[in-house]
Design a protein around this ligand. Structure first.
Ligand code: PMP
Length: 400
C-alpha cells in the first residue's frame, strides 16, 4: 500500500487531511518537516540578532548558526568550499543576480543560450540581459521526449556564446536534462554555464564538482525548507567573474561618499540583512534530509512515479506532456479545458496546479494552452494517488 515512512515528520499533512485536502503540488512548494519548525522556534524564542555585525553574544550565536548553514549547503552540494555558497532570497533572485553580475561579459552581437523548456525565472533575466546588451538569445530546441536536443545544441553553441543557462529538471516535463553532454559544449567555447537546479535539487544529491557547471541555483522552499531563501553555488574562479549588483550594508569593506570597495563572494553578494531565520531553517532541513535513507526516499518516489504514470495511461483522452522521470506529471485531457478540470479537482480537495506553470513559451511550443500538473514529495503515499484518481474520474465523468 505504498505508505511513506516520513509522512509523520511533516505535521501539515495531518492538518491538511483533517481539512479534506490531498496535497499534490510539491513542485510549486513543499510542506515542511518538524525539524524545520523546531529550528524556527528555537531561533525566534532564544533571541534574534543580526549577523556579521555586532560583537555581542546573541549576534555571535546567530552568525555562527548562519555560517553553519552555509557549510551544510556546501556539503549537500559537495561544493569545494563554503565560500562558494551565496545566500539569496530564492532561485529567482539568484538568477537575476547572475544576469546582472555577468552583464559585463556580454557585448553586442554575443549570444546567450537557454533552452525551450525554461521556467520564466531562467528565461526572463537572460532575455532582458540580451536586450540591455544588444545580444541574441538563442533557444535550444527539445526532442520528442522533452530533452534538450544535443545535436542542435552542438550547432547552436558557438564562438559567440558567452553564457549557457539551462534547467537540470523541468518543472513541467519532469525529465533530467543531459547536462553531462551539454555543459562541456559551453566550456569548449569559453562560455560560462548556469544550471537552474530549483527542481533538480529536490530529487537526490547532486555533486557540484562532478557536474562541473560554473553556477547552480536552488530554492529552499521546494527542498522542504522555508520560503524567502535560495542559494547560489559558484565555482571559486567563476564567482570572481561576477560584478556586484545590490549595494548596501555588510557587502562593503570600505565606503566613502564618492567610492567604495566591496567584499568578494559570498558576503559581497549578500547586501542588507539576509533572511537569517530562513537560512538557519534551511540548515536544519538539510540536517533532517541527511538523516534519511536516500535510497529508500528514491525508491519510494519511483514507486509513486510508476503508479502515477500507470494511472494516467489507462484513462481515455489523457495526454502526458513529455516523458517524466520523477513523481511529477503534466497532462491535458482531450476536449476538456484544464481550468474546468482544476475547478472540479479543487472542489474535491485535490491540490494540483493548473495553467502554464511559469513556462508559457514551453506550453506554446508543445501546442497546449494549459495543463494540469500533479507533483509529489517524499511524504505522499499511495492513498493520495488513489484519492486523486477517484476525483479525476468523477471530474471527467461530469465534464464529458
Ligand atoms: N526554476 C524552476 C525550474 C522552478 O520550478 C522555480 C519555481 N517554480 C524557479 C526556478 C523559481 O524559484 P523560486 O520560487 O525560489 O524563485
Amino acid at each position: 500500500m505504498l505508505s511513506s515512512p516520513w509522512r509523520a515528520d511533516f505535521p501539515a499533512l495531518a492538518v491538511l487531511e483533517t481539512q479534506g485536502q490531498t496535497y499534490l503540488d510539491s513542485a510549486a512548494t513543499s510542506q515542511k518537516p518538524q525539524a524545520l519548525i523546531d529550528a524556527f522556534t528555537g531561533y525566534y524564542t532564544c533571541g534574534t540578532a543580526n549577523v556579521h555585525r555586532a560583537q555581542h553574544q546573541p549576534a555571535e550565536r546567530a552568525t555562527r548558526a548562519f555560517e553553519d548553514a552555509r557549510i551544510k549547503v556546501a556539503r549537500w552540494l559537495n561544493a569545494a568550499c563554503p565560500t562558494e555558497i551565496v545566500f539569496t532570497r530564492g532561485a529567482t533572485e539568484a538568477l537575476n543576480l547572475l544576469a546582472y553580475g555577468l552583464e559585463h561579459r556580454v557585448t553586442p552581437g554575443d549570444e546567450i543560450v537557454v533552452s525551450a523548456l525554461e521556467h520564466h525565472a531562467n528565461l526572463l533575466p537572460w532575455q532582458q540581459l540580451a536586450k540591455r546588451r544588444d545580444a541574441r538569445l538563442v533557444v535550444l530546441p527539445l526532442d520528442a521526449n522533452g530533452l534538450i536536443d544535443l545535436q542542435a545544441a552542438q550547432e547552436l553553441i558557438g564562438p559567440r556564446t558567452r553564457l549557457l543557462a539551462v534547467s537540470q529538471l523541468s518543472n513541467v516535463l519532469g525529465a533530467w536534462q543531459p547536462l553531462a553532454e551539454l555543459l562541456p559544449l559551453a566550456r569548449a567555447q569559453g562560455a560560462l554555464s548556469v544550471v537552474d537546479g530549483a527542481q533538480g535539487v529536490v530529487h537526490g544529491r547532486h555533486d557540484m564538482q562532478a557536474l562541473d557547471c560554473d553556477f547552480y541555483v536552488l530554492s529552499s522552499h521546494k527542498l522542504y525548507g522555508p520560503e524567502g531563501v535560495g542559494a547560489l553555488y559558484g565555482r571559486g574562479e567563476s564567482l570572481l567573474q561576477l560584478k556586484h549588483w545590490q549595494f548596501g550594508g555588510e557587502m562593503v569593506r570600505v565606503a566613502d561618499y564618492q567610492s567604495a570597495d566591496f567584499h568578494a563572494a559570498p558576503l559581497g553578494f549578500e547586501a542588507g540583512t539576509p533572511p537569517i531565520g530562513g537560512v538557519i531553517g534551511l540548515g536544519a532541513t538539510l540536517d533532517y534530509l541527511s538523516r534519511l535513507d536516500a535510497a529508500a526516499v528514491t525508491g519510494h518516489e519511483q514507486a509513486l512515479h510508476m503508479k502515477l504514470l500507470a494511472g494516467l495511461a489507462v484513462r481515455d483522452g489523457v495526454r502526458l506532456l513529455g516523458a517524466p522521470q520523477i513523481a511529477l506529471a503534466s497532462f491535458t485531457v482531450e476536449g476538456i479545458h484544464h481550468g474546468d478540470l482544476a475547478h472540479l479537482l479543487t472542489e474535491q480537495g485535490i491540490a494540483v496546479r493548473s495553467g502554464t506553470h511559469c513556462a508559457q513559451p514551453l506550453l506554446k511550443t508543445l501546442g497546449v494552452e494549459g495543463a494540469t500538473r500533479v507533483s509529489l514529495g517524499l511524504y505522499n503515499d499511495g492513498l493520495d494517488l488513489e484519492r486523486f484518481f477517484s476525483a479525476l474520474d468523477q471530474a471527467l465523468e461530469m465534464l464529458r
